[in-house]
Design a protein around this ligand. Sequence first.
Ligand SMILES: Nc1ncnc2c1ncn2[C@@H]1O[C@H](COP(=O)(O)OP(=O)(O)OP(=O)(O)O)[C@@H](O)[C@H]1O
Ligand SMILES: C[C@@H](N)C(=O)O
Ligand SMILES: [Mg+2]
Ligand SMILES: [Mg+2]
Length: 358
Amino acid sequence: MTKLRVALLFGGCSGEHEVSITSAKAIANALSIDPNPSKYEVVPIYIEKNGVWHRGTEAEAVLESGQPLTVTGEVIPSDRIPDPATVKDIDLWFPILHGPNGEDGTVQGMLTLMQVPYVGSGVLGSAVGMDKIAMKMAFSQAGIPQVRYQAVRRSQVWSNPCIFPKLCDDLDAALGYPCFVKPANLGSSVGISKVRSRQELEAALDAAATYDRRIIVEAGVEARELECAVLGNDYPKASVVGEISYNSDFYDYETKYTDGKANLMIPAPIDTAIASKVRDMAIEAFLAVDAAGLARVDFFYIEKTGEVLLNEINTLPGFTALSMYPQLWSATGISFPELVNQLIELALERHTQAAEAR
Ligand SMILES: Nc1ncnc2c1ncn2[C@@H]1O[C@H](COP(=O)(O)OP(=O)(O)OP(=O)(O)O)[C@@H](O)[C@H]1O
Ligand SMILES: C[C@@H](N)C(=O)O
Ligand SMILES: [Mg+2]
Ligand SMILES: [Mg+2]
C-alpha cells in the first residue's frame, strides 16, 4: 500500500509557539503507533517564530529536542511561505499551530488555495473560532449563553489622554470587578489578566494591546470549568465532559503546562443533565463558527444557579500530555493513535467534498 505523506506543520509566529512544538511531538508519536506507520509517512515542517519555513533536518531536530530554533538574520518574505519544490510530494497537511498565523485561517487560506487536504477547520471556522469577539458574536446569534463582555480596540487603549479614562469608566461601570482582559486572538492564557481594580484594568489593557489590535474584556464569573471535545465534519460528535480544577488564581499558562498544577477530572463529576447540556452546546458552538474536523469547547458551570455559559472554542486545541482534547477522546473510547487517524480521514472527506463541488 502506498503511504500517505503527511506534513506535520508546527511552531509558527505566535505566543503559543512552544505549545505547538509540544503538541506536534505528541501527534508525531501517535502517528508512530500501529497501525498508523503502515498508512502514513510523517514529514515534519517547522515554522520559526520569525515565519521562516524549515523542512528536513532542522524541523526534525526541533521536534526531537522540543526546543525552538533561535531566530537569526534578515528574512525575505518568500521564506515565509513553503518553497513549492520542497512540498510537492506532500499528500495531506496536519497543521498543529496554535494562536495567530496558524489557527486563525491564514495557513488554512494558503492550503485552500493550494487545493490540498488539511486537518481541521477551513478559513471561516478558523478565523471566527480564533477571534474571541467574532466568536462571541456568532455564539450570541446562535442563542448560546455567555458572560457579559465588551470589545475594545488597541487604538482606544493607546489613545489620547481623554479617550482612555473614559474607556476605563465605561468598562468599570459595565463589567465591574473581577473582570478578565484578553487579547482577542491568542490562546494558552497568553496575555490574559484577571483584574480587580481600576489600576489593574489600565495595566491589563496596555498589556493585552501589546499582543493584539483587538481586545476583549469579560465580566469574571465564579464557576467550575468544564471542557468538551468535538470531532467530525457535517455531523460532529461530542466527547465525555471533563473538568479542570487548580489552586492558582485562574487557569493561566503556568497552571496549564506545569505537570501537577491542574487536576483534570474525566468524566467531570456533574449531573448527567448538565453533561448532556454541555455536549449539546459544544456541538452548537462548533456549527456556529463553521468548524471542521476538531475543536475543544470550554465552559463555565455556575453550580449555584445551574447555569452553563460558553467560554470559548479552540479549533486547534493543545495535544500536549497535559491537554484535555486527546484525553477526552481516550475516555470516550478513541485512543490517541486512532484519533489522529480519524482526523486525517475527516480531512480527506472534506477535501473530496470540496473537489466534487468545484
Ligand atoms: N470571564 C471569565 N470569568 C472567570 N474566569 C475566566 C474568564 N475568562 C477566562 N477565565 C479564566 O482564564 C482561563 C483562560 O481563558 P480562555 O479560555 O478564554 O483563554 P485562552 O487563552 O483562549 O485559553 P486556551 O485556548 O488555552 O483554552 C479560563 O480557563 C479561566 O480560568
Ligand atoms: C493550545 C491551547 N490554545 C488550547 O486551547 O489547548
Ligand atoms: Mg482559547
Ligand atoms: Mg480556554
